[in-house]
Design a protein around this ligand. Structure first.
Ligand code: CAA
Length: 391
C-alpha cells in the first residue's frame, strides 16, 4: 500500500515587505538580500493573522474537496504556538467544523516539526488505512528589529492531506535522522522573537545534512544518483544552494550547472518572496517545485531535507504519482502571492509591534483579507471569526 500526500495547499499573509524597501531603510546594498541571501520579499502577518488563521486558509481548499467528516486526526506542527496548553489544531478544528471523532495534537521542534507530523501521519495510515489525516505546518518567523535575522522573516502555512493511495506523493519507507543538543536558534517562553547565532546556525544545518544523509544511505541503500530532485528546508533561498553544494561534494558527484539548477531551482520560487515560514518552509518549497517545474515530474524521486535548529534533522524521500498535475492548486498559490499588498517600513513596524498580544483583552483592527481572522482576545480567550459555514 502506498501512503503519502494526497493533496497539498499553502497559504500566506495578505501583506509583504520588499527587501528593496528594507535595504533602503537600513542603508544596506540591496544585493546583500537579492543575491547574498537570495530573498526579494517577506510576507508579513497583520495582528489579526496568526498560525491558526493561516492554517485555516491553507486547509479550506482541501477540506472543500472531501467530506470533512473523513478527517480522523489533525497533526499541527509549529514553532509559533498560540497557547502553552491548548493545541493550535483545536482552534483550527473548530474553524473548519471537523468531526468530533478526530484527534488533534501539536508538534514542536523549531522548523523540523512538520516532518515529524508527516512521518507520524504516514505511520498511522500504514497501521490503519482508514485514517485520513490533516497535517499542518504553520509559522510566523519573527526576529528582533535590527538583528541579523530580521531580513529573513516571513510567514506561511501548509496543509497536507495524508492517506492511502495518495494522488501527489508516495512517501518511501526509511529515512535518515540526526539530533544534537546545540544552541543555534531558540525562543525562551514569553519571547515573541527568536534568538539566533546566525552564522553558527548555517554551519550546524550543513553538518546535520551530512549526518542525516549518511544515516539515510545506511538505512535505505539509496544513493544520490537515484534522485531527480531535492527540496531543502529554506530559511532563505541561498541556503538551498549551500545545502545542495554540500551534498554534491559529500557524495563526490559531478553535476553540470544546468543539472544542479534543475534539481533545486523550481523549489525556491515561492520562498524567495514569502520568506522563512519555519516548519512550513520545506513544504512551501515542495509546492513551489511542483508548480514551477517545466518537465513532467511523474515517477520522479524527490529527496527532502528537514532541519530544525536546536537541532533535529531528517532526510526522507518520495515518488511523484501519475496524474499529480490535476490535483495541484497552483493558481491559488500564485494568486495569493501576487495579490499581497506592499508595505512601507513604518507600516511593517506597526504590524510588528501590535502583534505582540500578551494581553488580557484586545480587539484587532480588520487588516486580514482572508476568510478567517483573529478578531481579538477577551479575558485571555482568543476569538476567531470565520466566513465558512457548517456543511
Ligand atoms: N552583494 C552580494 N552579496 C552580498 C552583499 C552584496 N552587496 N553583501 C553581503 N553579501 C553576501 C555575503 O557575502 C554572504 O554570503 P555568504 O553566505 O556566501 O558568505 C551573504 O550575503 C550574507 O551576508 P552576511 O553573512 O554578511 O549576512 P548577515 O551577517 O546579515 O547574516 C544570516 C546572514 C546569518 C543568514 C542572517 O540572516 C541570520 O541570522 N538569519 C537567521 C538564521 C538563519 O536563517 N539560519 C539558517 C540556518 S538555521 C535554520 O535553517 C533554521 C531556521 O529556519 C532559522
Amino acid at each position: 500500500m502506498k501512503v503519502g500526500i494526497d493533496l497539498i495547499h499553502f497559504a500566506t499573509s495578505d501583506y509583504a515587505l520588499g527587501l528593496d524597501t528594507f535595504a533602503e531603510e537600513k542603508g544596506t546594498d540591496v544585493n546583500k538580500y537579492h543575491i547574498g541571501i537570495g530573498q526579494e520579499q517577506m510576507s508579513i502577518a497583520p495582528p489579526d493573522e496568526d498560525i491558526v488563521t493561516l492554517s485555516a486558509k491553507a486547509a479550506a481548499p482541501i477540506i472543500n474537496q472531501i467530506d470533512r467528516n473523513d478527517i480522523t486526526a489533525v497533526l499541527f506542527a509549529t514553532e509559533s504556538g498560540v497557547d502553552q496548553s491548548k493545541s493550535a489544531g483545536a482552534f483550527l478544528h473548530g474553524l473548519l467544523k471537523l468531526s468530533n471523532r478526530c484527534r488533534v495534537v501539536e508538534f514542536k521542534h523549531a522548523c523540523y516539526a512538520g516532518t515529524a507530523a508527516l512521518q507520524m501521519a504516514t505511520t498511522m495510515v500504514k497501521a490503519n488505512p482508514k485514517e485520513t489525516i490533516l497535517v499542518i505546518a504553520a509559522d510566523i518567523a519573527k526576529y528582533d528589529v535590527d538583528s541579523s535575522g530580521e531580513a529573513t522573516q516571513g510567514c506561511g502555512a501548509v496543509a497536507m492531506l495524508v492517506k492511502a493511495e495518495p494522488r501527489i506523493l508516495a512517501i518511501e519507507p526509511g529515512s535518515g535522522y540526526y539530533t544534537d543538543d546545540v544552541m543555534d536558534f531558540w525562543r525562551p517562553n514569553k519571547r515573541t522573537t527568536a534568538l539566533v547565532d546566525g552564522k553558527y546556525s548555517t554551519k550546524v544545518y550543513l553538518n546535520s545534512l551530512k549526518q542525516a544523509w549518511e544515516h539515510f544511505v545506511e538505512e535505505t541503500g539509496r544513493h544520490f544518483e537515484d534522485f531527480d530532485a531535492f527540496c531543502y528546508h529554506i530559511p532563505f533561498s541561498r541556503m538551498t544552494e549551500k545545502a545542495h553544494k554540500t551534498l554534491v561534494k559529500k557524495v563526490g558527484a559531478k553535476l553540470s550547472s544546468d543539472t544542479f539548477r534543475e534539481q533545486t531551482a523550481p523549489g525556491q520560487v515561492y520562498n524567495r518572496v514569502v520568506g522563512n515560514s519555519y516548519s512550513a518552509s520545506l513544504f512551501i518549497g515542495f509546492c513551489s517545485f511542483l508548480d514551477n517545474a517545466i518537465q513532467d515530474l511523474t515517477g520522479k524521486r524527490f529527496g527532502f531535507f528537514s532541519y530544525g535548529s536546536g537541532c533535529v534533522a531528517e532526510f526522507f524521500s518520495g515518488i511523484i504519482q501519475p496524474g499529480y498535475q490535476q490535483h495541484l492548486m497552483t493558481e491559488s498559490h500564485r494568486q495569493q502571492i501576487e495579490s499581497r499588498q506592499p508595505l512601507d517600513y513604518q507600516q511593517y513596524l506597526a504590524f510588528y509591534h501590535q502583534t505582540d498580544s500578551d494581553v488580557e483583552n484586545i480587539t484587532f483592527p480588520h487588516n486580514n483579507k482572508g476568510p478567517f481572522r483573529l478578531a481579538g482576545i477577551e479575558n485571555h480567550i482568543r476569538r476567531y471569526e470565520s466566513g465558512i459555514q457548517p456543511a
